[in-house]
Design a protein around this ligand. Structure first.
Ligand code: UD1
Length: 311
């Protein structure tokens, strides 16, 4: 049994990681400042984990949290492009300063490996598709810059201190427990809950923007594979996605069927900092981590709709 520390454990991805690790008989510790994470995401598992309400900006708390830990899954962040455009200082603090604290604490505690929730937004709006890890990043939003900076810190800590780190560039992760309630929520959580409630969703722009939407179970699997992959993966970056993209217009049509929503969307202004198309080449993760997306987009969408409907 290994000990895992999940930062941002009360978030949608962190809490999913915790559940899977418990399922596999591992020991789970988690920190969250409950800024965007929710205690209810930990319902049924709270008594089985070592949960600490703490901020990743609190270095002492991070040092204590890393003590005796084998693997750190660093998910804590303020995960929003538009929020970062409004508040770049806040984004930088949580998404960069917080990461450096986690890395220092992990290094000092001699943890085996740190896996980082990096972002596809690092690629920016360059026209070449699919995006592969050897492309020069060109981040647009402060969020994307912060995620890329943290990714570079991961690599730096491997090079300077030999701390094994792996950065996983998530491509639009979605699924159960994703918070639909904020204006900054991921588009699928928003659209599904709106359409189930009979409310008209708004598409920002013409709806022809596309994303490589990735179901949560695939991201969880990628993290656990990254912990156990051979040491050569350390200091590297991998796309975590499905290798397929869909437009928002296509997604809306699929959701109409799944939610029985009869109406049409509202079309609004394009969102600042947005990128047009996103699609991953996942061959590096396949080759080096043994990753294969297990749940495809439509399947994930169906499961997500079922989950929100059941609530
Ligand atoms: C970006 C990153 C993603 C990261 C996420 C964190 C890219 C390609 N992806 O996602 O890796 O995890 O930030 O938040 O940069 N939209 C609407 N109506 C809405 C809400 C959103 O049309 O009500 C549109 C957005 O304008 C965008 C698309 O849906 O074009 C997806 O938006 P969102 O779910 O917020 O994610 P990204 O910004 O693509």
């Amino acid at each position: 049994m290994a000990v895992y520390l999940i930062t941002g454990i009360a978030g949608f991805i962190g809490s999913s990681l915790a559940r899977e690790l418990l399922q596999r008989g591992e020991q789970v510790r988690g920190v969250d400042n409950l800024a965007t994470g929710k205690r209810e995401n930990l319902s049924q598992i709270l008594e089985r984990i070592d949960f600490r309400e703490a901020d990743i900006l609190d270095l002492d708390a991070m040092k204590s949290a890393c003590t005796g830990v084998d693997y750190v899954l660093h998910q804590a962040a303020i995960p929003s492009v538009p929020k970062s455009v409004l508040d770049p200082i806040g984004s930088n603090r949580a998404n960069v300063d917080g990461t450096v604290n986690v890395l220092v604490a992990a290094r000092d505690a001699k943890v085996k490996r740190v896996i980082y929730a990096a972002s596809s937004s690092a690629y920016g709006d360059t026209p070449a598709l699919p995006k592969h890890e050897r492309m020069t990043p060109d981040p647009i939003s402060p969020y994307a810059v912060a995620k890329l900076a943290s990714e570079r810190y991961m690599i730096s800590f491997y090079r300077c201190y030999g701390l094994e780190t792996v950065a996983l560039r998530y491509f639009n992760i979605f699924g159960r427990r994703q918070d639909p309630s904020s204006p900054y929520s991921g588009v699928l959580a928003k659209f599904i809950t709106q359409m189930l409630a009979g409310q008209q969703p708004t598409i920002f722009g013409d709806g022809e923007q596309s994303r490589d939407f990735t179901y949560i179970d695939n991201a969880v699997e990628a993290n656990l594979l990254a912990c156990k992959a051979p040491a050569e993966v350390a200091g590297n970056v991998f796309n975590v996605a499905t290798g397929r993209r869909v437009t928002l217009n296509e997604t809306f049509k699929l959701l109409q069927k799944l939610t029985s929503y009869p109406g049409s969307p509202i079309y609004g202004a394009e969102r600042g900092g947005d990128i047009k198309h996103s699609l991953a080449d996942i061959s590096a993760a396949e080759k080096n981590l043994g990753y294969k997306p297990k749940v495809h987009f439509e399947q994930g969408l169906q499961r997500t709709v079922d989950w929100y409907r059941s609530r």
